[in-house]
Design a protein around this ligand. Structure first.
Ligand code: 5AD
Length: 354
């Protein structure tokens, strides 16, 4: 029965909520393995053996929000807060560029001090300095006008995980000041403005059921994102979820396979959270359909304060990480690529006209 659903998913790219629920709740070993095989084959059909690199700069850990799972939440008073200067951010990208990276992800908490003016200036400086590279933003919820200004300045991709597509679960994971509908609205605004847009959900935060995950898949199917970030929930000691169980690695890998089956051209990272929960996380992710890895360009002194969850490694230099990644992916017969890696729908047609 579940194999039939995998067939249907692969052929029609569309399942009903009930079918998603079944696919998730009737997970057995043969289904898990079959989804893995098909996901890996599909990723290879669309992207070959290339793994795209996105250099991430975690440039501010100030945040106005109270996401109960996240270590950057405003009420985490002991956390040392930092904000990198434009010069520091440019230097991070310079280093990444010299090592071959052609996508820079600027990520931060929802820092109230980030003005459109400052961000636009930063984006313009980056696009001038690195005209061959793509700028991705991951700065949380902002107004439509702000997203439009950032796009005009040269940003073309935006990551904003929806975190959960269940309104009731969203309420349990966030403060009353945060709005589920405002978040979805941001995603639709980003898409309408022409950004390559990334969504994503946590696997296994407290209170999540397989029905909630089925809602995530129904949402992803309707939204048709270009990118998707999905990793296990990992508790952070300074949050109310400190003593909770982390999300399952197996369920995360299965979810990644299903994402690939639903959206074969998706840019799908093997996340740092997955790597934190399992040493072979990147490799397992690739075997389950992932095609992106995001090395960290943030200076180590700052990285250690960007604590979304416990156990996030902040000890390796960029050179070390890239060397390790290269050897790791080569062990599976894959290679790292310096290509910008736009979503196929967004690749410009560079063929010369006759
Ligand atoms: N465990 C796993 N992922 C987390 N994130 C935030 N806190 C945690 C946690 N405790 C994820 C969120 C956010 C992304 C930047 O990090 O999904 O969108």
């Amino acid at each position: 029965m579940t194999f039939l659903l995998l067939d249907k998913l692969e052929t029609h790219k569309q399942l009903s909520f009930e079918e998603w629920r079944k696919l998730l709740s009737e997970l057995d070993s043969p289904t898990f393995d079959e989804a893995q095989k098909r996901a890996q084959r599909l990723a290879q059909e669309h992207f070959g053996l290339a793994i795209y690199l996105r250099g991430i700069v975690e440039f501010t850990n100030y945040c106005r929000n109270e996401c109960h799972y996240c270590g950057l939440q405003k009420s985490h008073r002991d956390l040392v807060r930092y904000r990198l200067s434009q010069e520091e951010i440019l230097a991070c990208c310079e280093k990444g560029h010299a090592l071959g990276l052609r996508t820079f992800v600027l990520q931060g908490g929802e820092d109230p001090k980030l003005s459109d003016e400052w961000l636009c200036q930063l984006i313009r400086r980056l696009t001038q300095r690195f005209p061959d590279s793509a700028i991705t933003l991951s700065l949380g919820e902002r107004s439509q006008a702000s997203y439009a200004a950032l796009f005009a300045a040269g940003a073309r991709r935006y990551l904003l995980r929806h975190e959960t597509a269940s309104h009731s679960l969203y309420r349990k994971l966030h403060s009353p000041k945060q709005s589920f509908f405002a978040r979805l609205n941001c995603l639709y605004n980003l898409k309408a403005l022409g950004y390559q847009t990334g969504v994503g959900m946590l696997i296994g935060p407290p209170g999540q059921t397989l029905e909630h995950l089925a809602q995530d898949f129904t949402f992803i199917q309707a939204f048709q994102p270009e990118m998707l970030g999905c990793g296990p929930f990992i508790p952070h000691q300074a949050t109310v979820f400190a003593g909770e169980k982390p999300g399952s690695v197996r369920l995360t890998l299965y979810a990644l396979s299903l994402c690939r089956l639903l959206l074969p051209e998706l840019l799908l990272p093997a996340t740092t959270a997955l790597r934190t929960q399992k040493a072979s996380g990147y490799l397992q992710g690739i075997l389950h359909g992932c095609n992106v890895i995001m090395p960290n360009l943030t200076p180590l002194a700052a990285q250690k304060h960007y604590q979304l969850y416990d156990g996030k490694d902040a000890t390796k230099t960029l050179e070390q990480s890239l060397e390790e990644l290269k050897t790791e992916v080569a062990s599976l017969g894959y290679h790292l690529t310096c290509d910008r890696g736009d979503h196929p729908r967004f690749v410009q047609n560079n063929e010369k006209r006759l």
